[in-house]
Write a protein that binds this ligand. Structure first.
Ligand SMILES: NC(=O)c1ccc[n+]([C@@H]2O[C@H](COP(=O)([O-])OP(=O)(O)OC[C@H]3O[C@@H](n4cnc5c(N)ncnc54)[C@H](O)[C@@H]3O)[C@@H](O)[C@H]2O)c1
Length: 269
């Protein structure tokens, strides 16, 4: 299967690209390296060193013989996205390519608008590209648990049955997002649901909770690829006791990863 991973330079996207490549799928990463620019803008450094994507792709190829294609560009630029989708012809698109920080979206008007334009326009472009170029392509989109907020009743999977003034209906579960970032995800969800309804495209909108850890099976097999390997080595050298904590978090993240992909792979046959 040909799978495009949008945002594949990022935390979730890179691990997903490796996992699917290792499973034998043909992978293309699409990214404009925006996240690295946001770090520069804020004077922030990632906790763990992240090697340039071109290095990581080269090492992956050397170690496994598997090639991951790279398309550098902005998903919110439809001309770029259209030409990329035409060139790669994906059977599935995994869409991680968004501004993903709630605090960043709350800095001021400029950052709030940037977050919503980048995220909402990017997802709209993906939806239109699927409709116009690859109508059978399955979209897997990363939303967030934070779309729901913290209601004082159980959160249902997408929908809730409501009885009101003697009549009953199954309606989308109410969303109470807590930032302009979370609002952008709610707008995405509405647009995805609407496009599925009117065009019949196939999409899975994952309202994912926080993902933890710095290690997956693919990283641990090929240790040079682990974004955290230098840090872990330093921790060991310093005889700090943090490694156990890291490893139990890794397991959590790893199983949450599997929980996503198993049912999706089944549905793809
Ligand atoms: N990490 C988590 O715990 C978590 C939890 C729930 C949902 N999510 C969602 O998953 C997705 C990925 O999260 P992450 O933690 O890997 O973030 P990340 O910032 O590490 O990765 C996002 C990647 O997308 C790229 N990108 C952003 N806008 C782009 C654009 N317009 N065009 C091309 N590339 C663009 C960035 O350069 C970056 O490499 C986000 O949408 C996020 O909201 C993440």
């Amino acid at each position: 299967m040909k799978i495009a991973v949008l945002g594949g330079d990022g935390y979730c996207g890179w691990a997903t690209a490796l996992y699917l490549s290792q499973k034998g799928h043909s992978i293309a990463i699409i990214d404009n390296f925006m996240r690295r620019q946001w770090d520069h803008e804020l004077g922030a450094q990632t906790l763990t060193p992240i090697r340039p994507l071109s290095d990581r792709l080269r090492i992956w190829q050397q170690l496994t013989g598997k090639t991951i294609e790279l398309f550098v560009g902005d998903v919110a630029d439809y001309d770029f996205l259209e030409s990329t989708v035409k060139a790669f012809e994906p059977d599935a698109i995994v869409h991680f390519a968004e501004q993903r920080s709630a605090p960043y979206s709350m800095i001021d008007r400029k950052h709030a608008i940037f977050t919503q334009v980048n995220n909402v326009v990017g997802t709209m472009n993906v939806l239109f590209a699927i409709r116009e170029l690859r109508p059978d392509c399955h979209l897997i989109k990363l939303g967030t648990m934070g779309e729901y907020g913290t209601p004082n009743i159980d959160i249902e999977e997408g929908y809730i049955t409501i009885e009101h003034n003697g009549r009953k209906d199954v309606l989308p579960y109410p969303k109470q997002p807590g930032s302009f970032y979370h609002l952008s995800k709610v707008h995405d969800s509405h647009n995805i649901m609407f496009c599925c309804k009117i065009w019949g495209i196939r999409a899975t909108d994952l309202n994912q909770g926080v993902v933890y850890g710095t290690m997956t099976e693919d990283f641990s097999i090929f240790a040079t690829l682990c974004v955290a390997w230098k840090l872990r080595a330093t921790i060991r050298r310093n005889k700090a006791s943090a490694v156990c904590t890291t490893s139990s978090r890794n397991n959590f993240r790893y199983s949450s990863w599997r929980a996503w992909w198993k049912p999706l792979e089944k549905s793809w046959g």
